[in-house]
Each structure stands twice: as structure tokens, then as C-alpha cells.
Write a protein that binds this ligand. Structure first.
Ligand SMILES: [Zn+2]
Ligand SMILES: [Zn+2]
Length: 324
């Protein structure tokens, strides 16, 4: 049995993050119950997919027969040159999901023999180019070359924003009329399971359990009290947290069920001040238990000057390493 914070009467006008203190813990059924004999283990690197490998996705599908498998084609920040922008492949029992399609991601995938259209499912965390710059290519290549519509997991609230503000310019027009988003993608709308203190959405695809949680990447209220800018992270099978892009936000670990989480992949900015990302120095203030299972992602080109393991982190996430 797990406990989830349940909102009780909150006076009007209370900042939704402060509202946490109006919550009481309520027993809820585990979404992804762990068996009694299960042993918690941090996700570790079991092998790395070398550049030039002709069948990288097949390698991941095979590895995933023994359990939840992760691989990051990119681990870099929006401005990195040493690494491609952070994106994540999730694989389980042969089913594959690509999370985020930044500008250079189609080429990064091709370096391991992977076509952008080969994944069973796709998910987008937010609308910055280092996360969606390759999405137009995915949609148009799938339509005109592969003659299919990729399955795209997107909460309904975000579908309209992504289409109207980012994709329409390049995708809408065709020889006879216009496309709608749903003409180019099979849209999968997760169910919203909480609004407060943080928006949560859940869906299961191909045996992979996903909980999407709202993050505060670009707060538009001038503080961490909420954001009009859509951004989400992911809890995968209740075991792995991937924050995508977020500011430093310790309440995240109270709002999302962490009791079965073995590994956290957290974005990390390597210089100060932090404005829209969590900085290395801020993440160092988290307790040992969190840092010990935390791999850093979305990092800049100065990473060789840092030694995350000496600061209690699990390390920098490594590009093309297979985590299991
Ligand atoms: Zn980013
Ligand atoms: Zn971003």
C-alpha cells in the first residue's frame, strides 16, 4: 500500500505549492506494485551501443526481453556540442518508446542504424527545439515515406499548444487542403489522475506504465508556483523517474510516488545562476538517498570538470549506454 497526498480544504488564493501543507496522506492502491521478493536495484549500464552499429534498436529490443531498459541517444543541454540533446529510448519486452525528438536526434539515431519512424510509441515533454526540433521530420517522413501515423502520447491539454504554436507552420499545408494534427499522428491522450498539488496523467502503452507529472521549467508567475508553459517529466513503471527539463523543485519528490523508484534521471545545468534548469550546486543539496540513485542528464560541454560520484550522485548519464 502506498500513500498519496490528498488535498483537504485550502483557502482560496493559496499558492498551489504551499497547498501541499494542506494535504493529508491517504492510503492508495499501488499503481505498479512491486512483488514481495523484489529487490530494489539502481539501474546500471549493461552494455553500450557503439557508433556504426547497424541495428541499434534491435539490440535494445532484445535487451528489453529481460526487463525495463533505457538508453539515451542524447544527454546534452540545448546548447551542447559534445552531445546531442537529451532524449530517451524506453524499451520493455520488445516494445519501444522514444521520449523527445530534438533537432539533431534523427541524425543521432541514424548513427546506430535507427530510423526515426521505427519506434512503437513517441512522447514529447515540452516545446523547446532541443525536444521537438526533429518532430516535424518524424511526422512528414512517416506520412510521405512510411505511409503511417506515429503513435504520439500527449495529454489533450498540450496537443493544441504543440500543434498550433510549433508544428502547423511546417506541417499543416498539403496539395489539396490542410492537415490536422490527428491526420499526421495517432494521438494517445493519458488520463488525468490528479490536478493538485501537481498535475498527474497516467497511461499504459505496450505494457509500459507511464505517469506524466507537470514540472516547473519556465515558471511564468515569477516563482515556482506554477507555469503556463507546458512541461512534464515521466515516471516509468513506477521505477524510473525522468524529469526532462525542470527548475530545482524538491517538492517534486513529495508529489510523485517515489517508494519504488530505483533511478532518477535529472536534468542538470553545470553553471550558475540557474534560471530554467536545476543547477549542479542545487542538486547537491538533496539528501544522500536521492542523489545516490540520481544520474544527471541535459548537461553542457564542461562536464569533464565535474566528478558527480564524488558528490554522491550516481553519475552523468552516458550516451548510448543501455541501462537496466
Ligand atoms: Zn532541453
Ligand atoms: Zn526545455
Amino acid at each position: 500500500m502506498a500513500f498519496r497526498q490528498t488535498l483537504i480544504a485550502v483557502p482560496s488564493g493559496v499558492n498551489p505549492y504551499v497547498a501541499l501543507f494542506y494535504c493529508k496522506p491517504t492510503a492508495v492502491k499501488d499503481t505498479y506494485p512491486r512483488s514481495k521478493n523484489a529487490v530494489s536495484h539502481r539501474m546500471n549500464v549493461i552494455q553500450t551501443i557503439a557508433a556504426g552499429t547497424p541495428d541499434g534498436l534491435q539490440r535494445l529490443r532484445e535487451a528489453s526481453q529481460s526487463g525495463l531498459t533505457l538508453c539515451f541517444p542524447g544527454v546534452g543541454s540545448a546548447f551542447a556540442r559534445q552531445n546531442d540533446p537529451t532524449c530517451l529510448i524506453v524499451a520493455k519486452k520488445g516494445v519501444t518508446l522514444l521520449v523527445d525528438v530534438g533537432t539533431t536526434v534523427p541524425r543521432a539515431l541514424a548513427s546506430r542504424g535507427i530510423g526515426i519512424g521505427e519506434f512503437d510509441y513517441y512522447h514529447i515533454t515540452h516545446s523547446h527545439a532541443d525536444h521537438i526540433g526533429g518532430l516535424e521530420e518524424l511526422l512528414l517522413y512517416s506520412h510521405y515515406v512510411l505511409n503511417k501515423a506515429p503513435r504520439l502520447i500527449l495529454p489533450r491539454e498540450y496537443q493544441e499548444t504543440l500543434w498550433n504554436h510549433s508544428l502547423r507552420g511546417g506541417c499543416e499545408h498539403r496539395d489539396n487542403g490542410t492537415f490536422r494534427f490527428e491526420d499526421l499522428a495517432e494521438l494517445i491522450d493519458p488520463e488525468q489522475t490528479a490536478q493538485s498539488p501537481r498535475g498527474l496523467y497516467e497511461v499504459e502503452v505496450g505494457g509500459i506504465g507511464l505517469m506524466l507529472f507537470r514540472t516547473v521549467h519556465i515558471p511564468t508567475e515569477g516563482d515556482n508556483s506554477g507555469s503556463k508553459f507546458w512541461s512534464t517529466g515521466l515516471l516509468i513503471d513506477g521505477r524510473v523517474m525522468f524529469t526532462a527539463d525542470t527548475r530545482f523543485d524538491p517538492l517534486l519528490f513529495e508529489h510523485v510516488p517515489m517508494e519504488n523508484v530505483d533511478a532518477i534521471f535529472h536534468d542538470c545545468q553545470l553553471y550558475e545562476p540557474s534560471v530554467v534548469h536545476a543547477s549542479y550546486e542545487q542538486l547537491k543539496t538533496l539528501d544522500d538517498g536521492l542523489r545516490g540513485k540520481m544520474y544527471l542528464t541535459h548537461y553542457g560541454d564542461t562536464f569533464l570538470k565535474f566528478d558527480p560520484s564524488s558528490d554522491g550522485f550516481a553519475g552523468f548519464a552516458q550516451p548510448w549506454a543501455i541501462y537496466q
